[in-house]
Design a binder for this molecule. Structure first.
Ligand code: NAD
Ligand code: TYD
Length: 352
């Protein structure tokens, strides 16, 4: 039985990954370690709770003692590091926590995994793998043409992407220096169930359903390359199992769309299927994000050619599934938008 340490598994992508893996493999064990910040939510994992192969521990990946104790308690085969501060806007107002969790937390995990797995000089437990879940944002911003490949130079702009790029460099250093078996995956923007409504798609769905203004930054013509979260989970599973140690894999499905198009797509669906009063009059162009990256676009040829990965969910199907999920989980949305979220929204959007 293979044992996975999944960090940040109570967040958006981590919880989708745990549910995906437990359904796909009845013979694995997953230990989920999450600090339960504002973005972590155990409600996401209701369907895993009863599974005897799933274990949850609340802890901070920066906590050396807690992480060492975990590695002593379990004989892990894989570490999949999702844990991070993940929101660009928050990183602009408060960068320090991004350095702590995303950089120092990653280095702490690398150290603990290396210590636990080392069997000799540059030798490690057979089959073990550390996978760093990273982002295309480390490559910076594209012009109208071209795509990010794995050899595109790192050129992060926001405090968030800078912290992720720093973490990637430490992961690479462990591979280069200690021959430690790692992979780095760099995925484009995800969407799907359980995404915290600070991110574009769930925020717009929630606001539209509540007849609230839809705050589009600047002209709304910034382009993101959207991937349904389950396709990201499938890619991570494939890379962890079969990715060549030391390699970076970009993940994306050539689905680039300007933000304004995304917002209009959501509005059109809700207007047609849910509430005829919802329409484009709700769109409000607000002050742009500082240092806003104009365009992201992934070249996924490497993961397609080497591992046979391809995205299964088209945007048309994925966005409809996503909107329906939020419609069917109004209680989830109510819980995550009560309390702290109101203050966050006020701070970020009032008078903008
Ligand atoms: P998220 O913010 O929804 O979840 C992050 C999780 O990490 C939360 O459960 C939180 O409680 C936990 N966490 C935060 N700090 C922690 C700490 N110090 N110790 C332990 N747990 C901690 O993020 P997400 O959107 O699910 O992203 C997961 C990972 O994927 C991140 O590393 C992010 O950089 C990367 N990524 C995200 C996207 C995207 O579109 N969301 C795209 C590419 C890569
Ligand atoms: P976001 O979901 O924060 O992801 P990222 O910044 O990591 O790409 O934002 C996606 C895009 O949507 C980005 O160009 C910023 C824009 N955006 C808005 O226009 N309005 C909003 O309220 C939010 C949250 C994002």
């Amino acid at each position: 039985m293979k044992t996975y340490l999944v960090t940040g598994g109570a967040g958006f992508i981590g919880s989708n990954f745990i549910l995906y893996m437990l359904e796909k493999y009845p013979d694995i064990r997953i230990v989920n370690v999450d600090k339960l910040t504002y973005a972590g939510n155990l409600e996401n994992l209701r369907d895993a709770e009863q599974n005897p192969n799933y274990i949850f521990k609340q802890a901070d990946i920066c906590d050396k003692e807690a992480m060492e104790a975990l590695f002593a308690a379990y004989d892990f085969d894989y570490v999949i590091n999702f844990a991070a501060e993940s929101h660009v806007d928050r990183s602009i107002s408060d960068p320090e926590i991004f350095v702590r969790t995303n950089v120092l937390g990653t280095v702490n995990l690398l150290n603990c995994a290396k210590k636990a797995w080392q069997t000799g000089d540059d030798q490690y437990k057979p089959g073990c793998k550390y996978l760093q879940v990273s982002t295309d944002e480390v490559y910076g911003s594209l012009g109208a043409e071209g795509y990010f490949t794995e050899t595109t130079p790192l050129d992060p702009h926001s405090p968030y992407s800078s912290s992720k790029a720093s973490a990637d460099l430490f992961v690479k250093a462990y591979a280069d220096t200690y021959k430690f078996p790692v992979n780095i995956t760099r995925c484009s923007n995800n969407y799907g169930p359980y995404q915290f409504p600070e991110k574009l798609i769930p925020l717009m769905i929630n606001n539209a359903l509540g007849h609230k203004e839809l705050p589009v930054y600047g002209d709304g013509m910034q382009v993101r390359d959207w991937l349904y979260v389950e396709d990201h989970c499938k890619a991570i599973d494939m890379v962890a199992r079969d990715g060549r140690p030391g390699e970076v894999y970009n993940i994306g499905g050539h689905n680039e769309r300007p933000n304004l198009t995304i917002v209009k797509t959501i509005l059109a669906y809700i207007r047609e299927h849910v509430d005829g009063e919802v329409g484009e009059q709700l769109i409000k162009h607000v002050t742009d994000r500082k240092g806003h990256d104009r365009r992201y676009g992934i070249d996924p040829e490497k993961i397609k050619n080497e591992l046979g990965w391809y995205p299964e969910t088209t945007f048309e199907v994925g966005i409809e599934k996503t909107i329906r999920w939020y419609l069917n989980h109004k209680e989830w949305m109510e819980h995550v938008t009560s309390g702290q979220y109101q203050a966050y929204y006020e701070k970020m959007y009032s008078g903008r």
